[in-house]
Design a protein around this ligand. Structure first.
Ligand code: NAD
Length: 485
């Protein structure tokens, strides 16, 4: 076992304490950097799921926490942020070895988690109800009340950040949360549970259940749960929605993406190329936000491709804990093989390699930064979410064609426009059917995005995380009408 891990809890956290799991089986975690065993984690089974739901329901229905002044819950969230900060290096090292992240990216993720708890610590006393004018004899106002018991399911690509994006607004709102991390990456969520307990989250208001699809399905269909917030693939999101429908559960979905960056000929090519590397190859491309479709005005295709390949060549693959490493492995051997198959299919369909595309020898699950050119809308690399370090180049000849290509996707998560003509940039941004658009770049996501809503159109999801908008999911609105006569 990795030397970092013996002190960590590796069993479910149910309503305030870690419990020896019964019947959920064991997940053998593998270090993606080396392909060697990392640790074993006890998964939640039906007993732990039932206990978590029962405790959460009882806590929400009987305890004061949902009714406290928001600043009092905010104080607990501030302590959670401080608790994460105190263990910043431990969190980052866990993410590095469990999720295959270079330590620099893992540290940014931890900073993002601190920021999100700090943001929601101060948010709840700034959102309140409305008064609605109904005439002199009536007083009408709305109250925001916590939704209740919420289930939260997250994937393996940003384990700590994904959990924090959901837990912080849920706890701030007064909900009782049951978090299910992905079975491949449960360690940081279990450490986060410990931090939350130490910070004063009352018993029952947080459970963390490592587990797979069986645990997720139980949470989605249980009628005692009021809402489910899911991040993951579109196909599983659809199943979660179907399972939740019988109990008319509120559903929020953050799903896949096949995002486009539109590069016009007057753009700053160096800046656009550097951003394309960060977005397309950051986290080894395992990001719903990866802008993996580079749509480039034909006259700029060659210079942009050269700048993009040169920037990609500066990525460094090395040791997990080396601060200079910038490209890590993929999460598993099977995922790496699936990425490689899609690249082969893209080439069979006519794409050519600008760089990358050859699976390296060795034990870790590495795949090189890969750029494909000559990728038209019929090519699988244009339409399929590859979730690996693979980007494609597609030329366009007019603004209208650029917009049509960008919108030619079942997804609508985000996109970017690179263009010095601000009128054109804003026209294109408005025409893109995506939940987020960046014009001429995006500052480091972990620094700013916590303040702004995050989510997608079309099959990229329903609802928004982050910003004050995330609180809409975790709150009910009650309308009160008073007869003043
Ligand atoms: P996945 O859908 O396979 O799994 C996501 C989570 O759902 C995991 O915790 C998994 O255990 C659980 N799950 C699996 N089957 C389930 C079922 N039948 N019922 C309930 N839960 C179930 O996705 P993944 O492969 O872990 O993650 C990659 C996907 O996540 C990509 O499509 C990516 O775009 C998406 N993603 C989206 C966002 C976003 O914010 N839009 C962020 C990160 C990842």
């Amino acid at each position: 076992m990795n030397a970092l891990l013996p002190a960590l809890h590796r069993e479910p956290f149910v309503g305030g304490r870690f419990v020896p799991a019964m019947g959920g089986g064991v997940e053998a975690l593998v270090d993606p950097w080396t392909g060697t065993p990392l640790a074993e984690v006890a998964l939640a089974g039906p007993v732990e799921v039932e206990a978590a739901i029962r405790t959460a329901r009882r806590a929400f229905d009987a305890c004061d926490w949902p009714h406290l002044p928001p600043v009092d819950r905010g104080a607990v969230l501030h302590r959670i942020a401080a608790g994460i900060k105190a263990r910043q290096d431990q969190f980052a090292q866990i993410e590095a070895v469990n999720a295959g992240k270079p330590i620099s990216g893992a540290l940014r993720e931890v900073e993002g988690a601190i920021r999100v708890f700090t943001y929601y610590a101060g948010a709840m006393d700034k959102v309140f109800g409305d008064t609605i004018p109904l005439g002199k004899d009536l007083l009408d106002f709305t109250l925001r009340e916590p939704l209740g018991v919420v289930a939260q399911i997250v994937p393996w690509n940003f384990p700590l950040l994904g959990a924090s994006w959901k837990l912080a607004p849920a706890l701030a709102s007064g909900c009782a949360a049951i978090l299910k991390p992905a079975p491949l990456t449960p360690l940081s969520a279990l450490l986060l549970a410990e931090v939350c307990r130490e910070a004063g989250v009352p018993d029952g208001f947080l459970s963390v259940l490592p587990g797979g699809a069986d645990v997720g399905r139980r949470l989605a269909e249980d009628p005692r749960i009021d809402g489910i917030s899911f991040t993951g693939s579109t196909i599983v999101g659809a199943e979660v929605m179907r399972l939740a429908s019988a109990s008319i559960k509120r559903v929020a979905l953050e799903l896949g993406g096949k995002n486009a960056a539109l590069v016009f000929a007057d753009a700053d090519m160096e800046k656009a190329a550097a951003s394309a590397v960060g977005s397309g190859f950051g986290n080894a491309g395992q990001s719903c936000s990866a802008r993996s479709r580079l749509l480039v005005e034909r006259s700029a295709l060659e210079p942009f491709a050269r700048a993009f390949a040169a920037a990609a060549a500066r990525l460094k693959t090395g040791m997990a804990l080396d601060p200079a490493t910038s490209l890590g492995p993929l999460i598993s051997a099977s995922h790496r093989d699936a990425v490689d198959r899609t690249v082969a299919q893209a080439r069979e369909a006519g794409a050519t390699l600008v760089t990358g595309g050859a699976m390296p020898e060795g034990d870790g699950f590495f795949y090189p930064a890969t750029i494909l050119s000559g990728v038209g809308p019929d090519n699988p690399a244009f339409s399929r979410e590859i979730f690996g370090p693979v980007c494609s180049l597609t030329p366009f000849d007019s603004e209208a064609e650029a917009i049509a290509l960008a919108n030619d996707s079942e997804y609508g998560l985000n996109g970017s426009v690179w263009c010095r003509d601000i009128g054109r940039a804003l026209r294109v941004a408005r025409a893109m059917r995506t939940g987020m658009v960046a014009v001429n770049g995006l500052p480091s996501a972990s620094k700013t995005s916590v303040f702004a809503p995050f989510g997608g159109y079309k099959r990229s999801g329903i609802g928004r995380e982050l910003g004050l908008q995330a609180l809409d999911f975790y709150c009910e609105i009650k309308n009160v009408t008073v007869d003043l006569t």
